[in-house]
Ligand binder design. Structure first.
Ligand code: FAD
Ligand code: NAI
Length: 462
């Protein structure tokens, strides 16, 4: 069998990026992937298909709610669900084939099948054992359910089943008001489902800036999503076509039920390491199932590295990609680095949510003196022109040094706007640096500048 400098296991955003960078750095590289297509969870059943459905359903919302206001009259489009699913599948195929092209271009061998690691320096796929000086494990994550809830991917679905339902459900119950629940809940709400979100905690999107959480939930309620907060789901009884969700309110232990055509279980994801044989090799795993690594992504066994969802940190495609690049550089004997303090998080609802760095709650807890500059999109001409004046930019800066510490945006284009602040934070910029940078008019990005101005002498359009 061939001898490789590196074999990467898993071709998601972590694995395929690591493989490409290894090959670019002159290492003989192979990548093992058991799916029929490259790209992992993200391209096949995650980021990409969900964004295609968010885009299509958002266009419908625009047609139904805003077209007439702009003088675009006539019947609003009707939903051809089969066609929408094939549009989504085409988007996915275009992207996964793109990775195949990149593998060929960079002379990376795609070894098809499931990998295990029988010994250090060996990767087994089927009956073949390949030699590798270095192994990078990038096997990702899978949906994790809760006790009493069995996912059948038909009536009780994870995000994977929710991306290919045979029809649009009349009643959808979503368990978990996290990123998946709110993105896919929004899709089905816009397509006409009655959507009820049952959340264990008293606020949605745990860990986010509290003001963003409150504004976001208010906007989602206005869009027609129902929320049952502080409710622990006890069980889901499902037949072939219907389900009943039983939950208990935490405040008084009272029990109630909800009927649904489909139940989406969106209560988090867990690292996936099945069948790799890591325990036998002595690779340390945390109690939460994550592979433990040092600061250079090396596991407790020399020559075996791990990156992406399978290790600690936010389960995000771009975090996996950054680790993929940095780990490849370490394997090639260079310095690889990821700044975990500047990893943005985005929720692709309408409006979008984007966040980077510290929240006010974290800064208070850490005893850091800070100032907050806030600017509403109601003061932004471009946002108002496109009926997206709801939301705000909140910039947090050190009270003494003015250094940018975090930014939290709810509003149009938030997922793109946040990167100006990511760059500012990487350069150790002050709020004044952002405020003194000329921003084109009329753009949504002026709201970021105004928030920066509000950290100093004041915003102009507030
Ligand atoms: P994965 O993408 O999970 O890839 C791992 C690959 O390894 C898989 O293809 C698997 O088949 C393969 N594999 C596993 N074991 C083996 C084995 N033994 N042998 C061979 N192959 C194996 N993140 C974002 O940043 N933005 C988003 O908008 C976003 N949207 C999402 C929407 C949904 C519905 C979901 C579920 C997730 C979303 N995510 C998003 C999260 C994102 O998909 C993950 O963070 C990302 O895919 C992690 O990349 P990874 O390379 O670590 O693993
Ligand atoms: P999540 O961790 O974002 O949210 C899970 C939610 O379920 C939490 O609010 C939690 O309190 C709630 N919950 C847990 N147990 C419950 C119970 N018994 N009853 C009711 N509620 C319960 O997880 P989610 O949404 O499944 O997403 C998984 C991962 O995928 C996330 O880590 C995220 O990073 C990633 N992802 C990222 C996206 C993006 O970047 N736009 C999009 C989709 C997923």
């Amino acid at each position: 069998m061939a001898q490789y400098d590196v074999i990467v296991i898993g071709a998601g955003p972590g694995g395929y990026v690591a493989a490409i960078r290894c090959a670019q750095l002159g290492l003989k590289t192979a990548c093992v992937e058991s799916r029929d297509t490259l790209g992992g969870t993200c391209l096949n059943v995650g980021c990409i298909p969900s964004k295609a459905l968010l885009h299509a359903s958002h266009q419908l919302h625009e047609a139904e709610h805003n077209f007439a206001k702009m003088g675009l009259k006539g019947k609003s489009p009707s939903v051809d669900w089969k066609q929408m699913l094939s549009y989504k599948d085409e988007v996915v195929a275009g992207n996964t084939k793109g990775i195949e092209f990149l593998f060929k271009k960079n002379k990376i061998d795609w070894i098809k099948g499931r990998a295990s690691i029988p010994a250090t320096g060996k990767v087994q796929v089927g009956d073949d054992i390949h030699d590798a000086k270095n192994i990078i494990v990038a096997t990702g994550s899978e949906a994790s359910s809760i006790p009493g809830v069995k996912i059948d991917e038909k009536v009780v679905v994870s995000s994977t089943g929710a991306l290919e339902l045979p029809k649009i459900p009349k009643k959808l119950v979503v368990i978990g008001a996290g990123v998946i629940g709110l993105e896919l809940g929004s899709v089905y709400k816009r397509l006409g489902s009655e959507v009820t979100v049952v959340e264990f905690l008293d606020q949605i999107t745990p860990g986010m800036d509290a003001e963003v959480q409150r504004t976001f939930q208010r906007i989602l309620k206005k869009q027609g999503l129902d929320f049952i907060m502080g409710a622990a789901v006890q069980k889901v009884d499902a037949t072939k076509t219907k389900a009943k969700v039983t939950y208990k309110l935490r405040k008084d232990d009272s029990e109630a039920t909800l009927d649904a055509d489909v139940v989406l279980v969106a209560t988090g994801r867990k690292p996936y390491t099945d069948g790799l044989g890591l325990e036998a090799l002595g690779v340390e795993i945390s109690p939460r199932g994550q592979i433990k690594t040092d600061d250079h992504w090396q596991t407790s066994v020399k020559g075996i590295y791990a990156i992406g969802d399978v290790i600690d940190g936010p389960m995000l495609a771009h975090k996996a990609e950054d680790e993929g690049m940095a780990c490849a550089e370490v394997v090639a004997g260079k310095a690889g680095h990821v700044n975990y303090g500047v990893i943005p998080g985005v929720i692709y609802t309408a409006p979008e949510i984007a966040t980077v760095g510290k929240t006010e709650e974290q800064l208070k807890q850490e005893g850091v003196a800070y100032k907050a500059g806030k600017f509403s999109f109601m003061g932004n001409a471009r946002a108002k022109a496109v009926f997206q004046g709801e939301g705000f930019v909140k910039l947090l800066a050190d009270a003494e040094t003015d250094r940018v510490l975090g930014c939290h945006i709810i509003g149009p284009g938030a997922g793109d706007l946040i990167h100006e602040i990511c760059v500012a934070m990487e350069f150790g910029a002050s709020a004044e640096d952002v405020a003194l940078t000329c921003h084109a008019h009329p753009t949504f990005s002026e709201a970021v500048r105004e928030a920066a101005l509000a950290c100093g002498d004041g915003a102009i359009h507030a």
